[in-house]
Design a binder for this molecule. Structure first.
Ligand code: PLP
Length: 382
């Protein structure tokens, strides 16, 4: 039976950290704003009224879910823009020479923004992580200086799923009067995210990671935070982010987030069960591998390093068998070098080349887990 399924080539999608399918609820919610209700929300005639109301409603929905006020939520084109805006919009308020502290395992949306800022004359310090990918409060304390203007540490890592101690890190930053941003792109919609519990000033999120549409996200900006707009133009988003609103995207994002947050516990239970099943099945096959990242991680996120294997070869062989997984981050899948995250956690040298990332979703089944394990075993055993 398994042999037949192995050869059947039915696609198995196990790369949910890269992106997710648009949910039916989100697609349905988006429909009116793609067809009949196409009015530009900034215009003055009645065709604009309904899209305007839809944006207000979506903003209220998202704000309520993350514990924010609606006027603290600003729509962006996704996580990358939200990260760029948080970092550059803060930096540009300050003189060059000021320090930004971030972690060595951030997504490139943060690291490349920091590189640009460094080029402009700002000072960037990278916090190390331990073997599980955790940033310590002590490291932050010893890295901050009187010159620090912003600390940016991700809520959950996109490669190994590790959840960072954001509330503790933010508290330390605030004690020094320093602003705190978190890239919560991998966390929002998957674990409870509340801006007050986290004590953050700025938080980035992206809809396509929680079954919303691509090209839409948001930046939470705590009231009173001194942030410059990055995109100038027609004054949308209360003058903070110009450009005609992506009404369908905004509505779809709110619908997807609402749907996800209603089932957080169920999702965590199902995905943790599937992830454990996969690990058990790989162990049954006596494959030699380690699990990267902390036990406290995004449910269903498994970064596995197989001894003396080649992660990229595994990805391509699995692809030929119909299974989609990642090696490092999907965003740098053209690079063949070991990802900066796997390097930073100092995975043992005989395992690190054999790293793959399997990120499960609610559409994955126990049968699919059995197939993935059998496929990996078949590739590695020959
Ligand atoms: N930050 C993290 C942690 C991510 O995983 C990603 C996407 O993979 C991004 C930012 C970028 O988000 P977007 O694809 O919406 O630009």
């Amino acid at each position: 039976m398994l042999q037949a399924i192995l050869m059947s080539k039915a696609m198995i999608y196990a790369d949910h950290a890269a992106t997710t399918a648009l949910s039916s609820a989100a697609a349905e919610a988006m429909q009116p704003w793609l067809h009949d209700q196409y009015g530009n929300p900034s215009t003055l005639y009645s065709l604009a009224r309904e899209p305007r109301k839809a944006i207000v409603h979506a903003r209220e929905t998202i704000a309520a879910i993350i514990g924010a006020a609606p006027e603290e939520v600003f729509f962006t084109s996704g996580g990358t823009e939200a990260d760029n805006w948080a970092l550059k919009g803060t930096a540009f308020r300050y003189a060059q020479g000021k320090q930004i502290v971030t972690s060595v395992i951030e997504h490139h949306a943060v690291l490349s923004s920091c590189a640009s800022l460094q080029h402009m004359g700002y000072h960037v310090s990278l916090l190390p992580v331990d073997r599980d990918g955790i940033v310590s409060v002590d490291a932050l304390l010893s890295t901050m200086s009187d010159n620090t203007m912003l600390v940016s540490v991700m809520l959950a890592n996109n490669e190994i799923g590790t959840i960072e101690p954001i509330a503790q890190l933010a508290e330390v930053a605030h004690e020094r009067g320093v602003l705190f941003h978190t890239d919560a792109v991998q966390a929002v919609g998957h674990i409870p995210v509340n801006v007050n519990n986290l004590q953050v000033d700025l938080l980035s999120a992206s809809a396509h990671k929680f079954n919303g549409p691509k090209g839409i996200g948001f930046l939470y900006v705590r009231a009173g935070t001194d942030l410059l707009p990055l995109i100038d133009g027609g004054g949308q988003e209360r003058g903070m982010r110009a450009g005609t609103e992506n009404v369908a995207g905004i509505v779809g994002m709110a619908a997807a987030l609402q749907e996800h947050t209603q089932h957080l516990d169920k999702e965590a239970e199902h995905l943790s069960f599937l992830a454990k099943l996969l690990v058990d099945k790989l162990r049954e096959r006596r494959l030699d591998f380690i699990i990267n990242g902390s036990d406290h991680r995004i449910p269903g996120n498994l970064s596995l390093s197989f001894r003396n294997a080649d992660g990229e070869m595994l990805l391509h062989r699995l692809d030929l068998m119909g299974t989609c997984i990642a090696t490092g981050s999907a965003c740098n899948s053209n690079e063949t070098e070991i990802s900066h995250v796997i390097q930073a956690i100092q995975a043992p040298s005989d395992y690190r080349d054999g790293t793959i990332r399997i990120t499960l979703g609610m559409d994955n089944t126990q049968e699919q887990i059995a197939i993935i394990a059998a496929q990996i075993a078949r590739i590695l055993e020959y």
